[in-house]
Design a protein around this ligand. Sequence first.
Ligand code: INI
Length: 323
Amino acid sequence: MPKTYEGALLAEGLRFAIVASRFNDLITQRLLSGALDTLTRHGAAEDAIEVVWVPGAFEVPLAAQQLAASGRYEAVICLGAIIRGATPHFDYVASECAKGIAQASLSTGRPVIFGIVTADSIEQALERAGANPPGGETMKIGLIGDTHGDLSAWEKAVAGPFRGADMILHAGDILYHGPKNPMVPGYAPAALAEAINRSPAPVILVRGNCDSDVDQLVLDSPIQAPYALVQVEGLRVLVNHGDGLTREEMIAQAQRYRATVFVSGHTHIPGVERVGDVILANPGSPALPKGAPPRPTVAVIEDGAARLIDLASGQTLQEVALT
Ligand code: INI
């Protein structure tokens, strides 16, 4: 195994500076609210973020350089919008801004993030700033099950398909590997419990047949309930481990609660499929996969679809539209 270095999406306890340019502030205000939302969703405290306004993108590098050199911030985030006009002005501002930001980072050894939109028109800049996301502003829900104590599986899901998720639903069999199962390679139940407790997105857990009362002592969110009924925007999702339920019973339960999606685990055999007005979503197991071929999987609900994702390759294996 190569030694791999990568970041975790955890901003708790860290300080950040944001340099935002007033020029084209219709765009930069949106970039700023997106940056603040992302930082706080990943655990940064609001009072750990400082915002410095400068007149235009050309002035961003100087402020960024000084903030980075102060050593007070984990990273400096630069936000600006440079829109092409009739003259070559755009090219000078854009190139000096990009060069200056890179230099601020390299000369101080601090991450200085290039959040400068360069666009041919205001419409294009608005689109780049996420003002008109395709399909509207739907939330992203991560679906996972049967982690069986595998910390590395959880970390891969959080750093990969669950990146930016608003909520994670766990279909049970969380910490214990289970007497019928082999020990999973990344078995670290206490560390997994801690990672779930620290998750920037709220995690809703249901109890699987391997979960016991003592597991609750290390998990902050309750796991005693066999069912969770979650309503996100207009979408209702019912979660249950699925042991002791037939497929028909899952569909009937979903219909009883008028849930569009029934999330289950237990079999470790993944699948996302529509059966009439119900979507059955089994995210499989990222720790002990079964099926032909066995693949470590999770699922996500976003942009109006439920998707099954191979955690090893990041590929979407199945996709079902929600409507
Ligand atoms: N500054 C921007 O941030 N975006 C632009 O599109 C832009 N244009 O096109 O002129 C712009 N110009 C101002 C520049 O950044 C400086 O503030 C100004 O030249 C004073 O130094």
